[in-house]
Design a protein around this ligand. Sequence first.
Ligand code: G
Ligand code: G
Ligand code: MN
Ligand code: NA
Length: 251
Amino acid sequence: RQLEDDLRQALAKGELHLAYQPVVSTRDEKIKGFEALVRWTHPVRGAVSPAEFVPVAEECGLIESIGEWVLRTACMEAASWPGEVRVAVNVSPIQFANPALPALVTSALAKAGLPPARLELEITESVFLHETASSERMFRNLKGIGVRLALDDFGTGYSSLGYLKTAPFDKIKIDQSFVRGAAIAGNRNAAIIKAIVTLADTLGMETTAEGVEIQDEIALVRELGCSHIQGYVYGRPMPADAAAALLGQGG
Ligand code: G
Ligand code: G
Ligand code: MN
Ligand code: NA
């Protein structure tokens, strides 16, 4: 496949970069962190979405090297941010299944000089489809390093809720499909968001409402008790220097 061949070259040719999207606190609207999102500028096709090339990379095994590059680069770029500002990195289920992941995380943090508590790993519930002793061990090892764990795209997969009994998540990310339309009268998404927030609060987890695009949605997710907001209304994914500049202005 052409895309796969091109992707194989992309890392070596420096065609990948990270874009950073702000995550703000609902309470004071200050930037608490950024999610790192991988971007590929193909020499001929231009920008190719990760929604297209990440699945290809997962199929052909390239996700391991791309994921390592993402993790190391995000830690390096975040190390210069002020204070407590966190960086969130998406971890593919394939990376999560690799016993070498904790060593990679430790190495990326050490090399960048980034405190573990400032790194949040985003994991989708698909990792629970085949839950095994090794996934329990992986969670323990990652928490042992001191990084934070976020459950990404919550509510969109085919998993049961049983894993929430033991999986040590610090945060649940409420998928943007639940935020879309939620502020329209009579829409059932608000009830779903409320139920997720209640569940997360009870389990001592934070919540991020994703894909918030308009002021009405800010007001709604604040009323529903979400602790964090991420979405175009506060900022689109932006280059590393723009993210650093935003922090320089005091968030
Ligand atoms: O940034 P955007 O909305 O285009 O991302 C599309 C999809 O690609 C999302 O599901 C997002 O989680 C995923 N994605 C973006 N960056 C990364 C990454 O660095 N690693 C992995 N595994 N997935 C990513
Ligand atoms: O799957 P994950 O949640 O990691 O993917 C995040 C994706 O959501 C990124 O591709 C990002 O570009 C996209 N995104 C972030 N905020 C918004 C938003 O407000 N509206 C829409 N439509 N997409 C968003
Ligand atoms: Mn994510
Ligand atoms: Na998500």
